[in-house]
Design a protein around this ligand. Structure first.
Ligand SMILES: Cc1ncc(COP(=O)(O)O)c(C=O)c1O
Length: 402
């Protein structure tokens, strides 16, 4: 085979990773006029005054040219202040905060910076799809530890057994996409103890930090010995309902931030200048903003989870995030992927098969994820469609709805 047709190593490493399911399902949603409860973005924009702040910044010429590499000082200060206000943690805005093109770039730059070829990275599956791809890009090996229904708790013995001399870091995500699981203080303390005992780094993706309905969000960087070995990643997308702006950040020691910045400068260099000004303002919104965001989403979660359970889905209620995982076995369905591929035609609703987020796809063969970050009338309409479809099929659930 000539060089022209040779598939580069990286390309082969990425084969089959990530997921094309979102594009496929969005296309099916459009083609069939379905309600799209697949991808996780809200169908209402964030606060109008923050949208105005971004527009004002553009018109006033703030951020229209390359902003500073680490992010504008106003935003770095606002991020540090946010961490202090909500978690009583101190970060130096000049050396310990880095602004990125969303959490997506933060995860990519962090893994490329910290993982060497041959290193093992432990992550809880199901995982957000960029993790596997980023580990592969860095030449690392991913080591999955599976979260299992109904509660999707981390199995700490399994985590302990997964650690080897080649383990470089543990990649955490709490609140967790797609299961909605929120790791408890005790679970995080145990993970932190394992990390310190084995001298591991922890990279923690906390983009849903403000979307917790039951329990509390606890940053793992707070635990003893963790401040110096943790890279904390978050983003404005979910907290302010502006997922298209792609403003994210990294918080860590100056050494770790500097390592991540070294990579980041060759990925995007900088991004989102005017949006950085707007997010600096957004982070300072009063507590009432954060509370209302969470209350609205809680109501949306309750509406969708109760409705799905009433139809006969087995529902695993999430403690946080935008998502609920269900099992469709109780509806007589045998394969989540097939279910999701045919649901738009059959019922006019789009969902995502959870198996695409797993290495061990069998573990989730009949699991299906629905997003509830949509207006209540949209969720009600989706539930009506599903109800009509299943009542016409008059399915007798295999197990009682919960
Ligand atoms: C767990 C997780 N991490 C990261 C991201 C990406 O965040 P951003 O849009 O800020 O890049 C998402 C978005 O869905 C996510 O669910």
């Amino acid at each position: 085979m000539g060089k022209v047709n040779q598939r580069p190593l990286l390309n082969r490493r990425l084969e089959g990773l990530g997921t094309t399911i979102f594009a496929e399902m969005s296309a099916r949603a459009v083609a069939t006029g379905s309600i799209n409860l697949g991808q996780g973005f809200p169908d209402r924009d964030g606060p109008p005054e923050i949208a105005r702040a971004a527009a004002d910044a553009v018109l006033a010429g703030r951020g229209n040219q390359y902003p500073p590499g680490p992010g504008i000082p106003e935003l770095r200060h606002a991020i540090a202040e946010h961490q202090h206000r909500f978690y009583d943690m101190a970060f130096d805005p000049d050396t310990e905060v880095l602004v990125t093109a969303g959490a997506t770039e933060a995860v990519a730059a962090t893994l490329l910076a910290l993982v060497e070829p041959g290193d093992e990275v432990i992550a809880f599956e199901p995982y957000y799809d960029s993790y596997a791809a980023n580990i592969a890009m860095a030449g690392g090996t991913r080591v999955p530890v599976t979260l299992r229904p109904p509660s999707f708790r981390p199995d700490l013995d399994e985590l302990n057994r997964a650690i080897t001399p080649r383990t470089r870091l543990i990649l955490l995500n709490s609140p967790h996409n797609p299961t909605g699981s929120v790791f408890t203080r005790d679970e995080l303390a145990a993970i932190a103890a394992l990390a310190t005992r084995n001298d591991l780094l922890v990279v923690t993706d906390e983009v849903y930090e403000h979307l917790v309905f039951d329990g509390e969000h606890v940053p793992i960087a707070q635990f003893p010995g963790m401040r110096e070995r943790t890279v904390t990643i978050s983003s404005a997308g979910k907290t302010f309902s502006f997922t298209g702006w792609k403003i994210g950040w990294v918080l860590a020691t100056p050494e770790l931030v500097s390592a991540v910045k070294t990579v980041k400068q060759f990925l995007t260099f900088v991004s989102g200048g005017p949006f950085q000004y707007a997010i600096a303002q957004a982070l300072a919104l009063p507590d009432s903003y954060y509370t209302a965001l969470c209350e609205d989403l809680r109501a949306q979660r309750d509406l969708l989870t109760r409705g799905l359970a009433g139809i006969g889905f087995e529902v695993y209620p999430p403690q946080g995030t935008y998502f609920v995982t269900t099992d469709v076995r109780s509806l007589g369905e045998r394969d989540g992927l097939e279910f999701c591929r045919t649901l738009p035609e059959r019922a006019g609703v789009v969902a995502i098969p959870s198996s695409v987020f797993y290495d061990h796809q069998e573990a989730a063969r009949t699991q299906v994820r629905f997003a509830f970050c949509k207006r209540q009338e949209v969720l009600t309409q989706a539930l009506d469609r599903l109800k009509t479809f299943y009542s016409e099929r008059s399915v007798v659930p295999a197990s009682p709805p919960r």
